[in-house]
Write a protein that binds this ligand. Structure first.
Ligand code: SF4
Ligand code: SF4
Ligand code: FES
Length: 325
């Protein structure tokens, strides 16, 4: 079958106004080809200046992540048949949120430095066990998913927060952080949670789900971040804006069945945090001009008792040792 690979190219050595361009490659590929197979075919037989990164070709090494039709994916896991548009075109770009070195190759130095920031190694405390430290099977089973991460960077590529805030540690590093907080052999979870509770950490995720959608290994980084938030609150880290926002949000829904936005802001920032609250006045005025000011009187919705019952059941489950996620 004949397909067109529409590749976003970048050559750092070209004149400044000609460094970036889009190039179409028409190639005949077998029906069961992957995007990576097709790109390798281009590089081998059509244009040897095309740069890309790959190794295992079997979705194991994580080195061939790129954007296929606008979303991060492994080139070796993306079947051409599945991603072709009606004109048999596939758009291929380098990953986002990481500087491009050449064509489809990005510089992952920042990615790795963020992974290092979360201290991705076991730190047992207390006397060393004689021989191997054997963790019970059931205590490790819930970590199998997160341990499947192949460090491909796809989640980082499409993280909407990283697009606007380079300080955010990001989904891959935080998923890795969860892996060690939840490991029964590690003895430093509280110190770890204190580290991840800071600006740029667990509270900066906006729950956009992008990382969950693009992860080729089902790691679900956002779910791990939410689990870290739960553990941080349980461990007493309740003074950040993020923690207070989460508590106030849940309180409001439990109390009235809907969100009391005015109370949410006040409870998040604190009643006497005048600089923050005054800083929100322009936003409130803009909302007022568009008639989007929340009502001052916040009444419970009809049937709120059912919602309260759900909260009670969830609390009972948690007490009985069944976490919510
Ligand atoms: S859910 Fe959070 S971590 Fe994942 S992509 Fe969205 S903002 Fe980033
Ligand atoms: S969490 Fe998923 S998308 Fe992110 S680096 Fe690991 S395997 Fe790749
Ligand atoms: S080449 Fe190894 S994951 Fe694609």
């Amino acid at each position: 079958m004949q397909i067109t690979l529409r590749v976003k190219r970048y050559d750092p050595e070209a004149a400044e106004d000609r460094r970036s361009w889009t190039q179409d490659y028409k190639v005949d590929v077998p029906e069961d080809s992957t995007v990576l197979d097709s790109l390798i075919q281009v590089r081998e037989y059509v244009d040897d200046s095309l740069s890309l990164r790959c190794s295992c070709r079997g979705a194991i090494c994580g080195s061939c992540a790129m954007r296929v039709n606008g979303h991060a994916a492994l080139g070796c896991k993306s079947k051409v048949q599945k991603v072709l548009d009606k004109d048999n075109v596939i758009a291929v770009e380098p990953m986002g949120n990481q500087p491009v070195i050449k064509d489809l190759v990005v510089d992952m130095a920042v990615f790795w430095s963020k992974v290092r920031q979360v201290q991705p190694w076991l730190q047992p405390q207390g006397p060393e066990p004689e021989g191997e430290y054997v963790a019970p099977n059931e205590a490790m089973q819930h970590l199998v998913g997160v341990m499947g991460c192949i460090m491909c960077g796809a989640c980082v590529s499409d993280c909407t927060v990283l697009e606007v805030d380079k300080n955010f540690i990001g989904p891959a590093a935080l998923a890795k952080a969860y892996r060690f907080v939840a490991d029964p052999r590690d003895g430093t979870s509280k110190d770890r949670l204190a580290l991840y509770d800071r600006s740029g950490g667990i509270w900066d995720c906006t729950r956009c789900f992008e990382c969950v959608q693009v992860c080729p290994k089902g790691v679900a980084p956002m779910d791990r971040i939410m689990a870290l938030r739960d553990r941080a609150i349980e461990s007493g880290f309740t003074s950040t804006y993020g923690a207070r926002h989460a508590e106030a949000f849940a309180d409001s829904v439990e109390h009235s069945g809907t969100l009391n936005e005015t109370a949410l802001v006040v409870k998040t920032y604190g009643m006497f945090n005048f600089p923050k609250l005054l800083g929100l006045i322009p936003l409130a005025m803009r909302a007022g001009m568009k008639r989007k000011v929340p009502p001052l009187m916040h009444k419970p919705v009809e049937g709120v008792s059912h919602i309260r019952q759900m909260f009670r059941k969830a609390a009972d489950r948690e007490k009985a040792g069944h976490p919510q996620r």
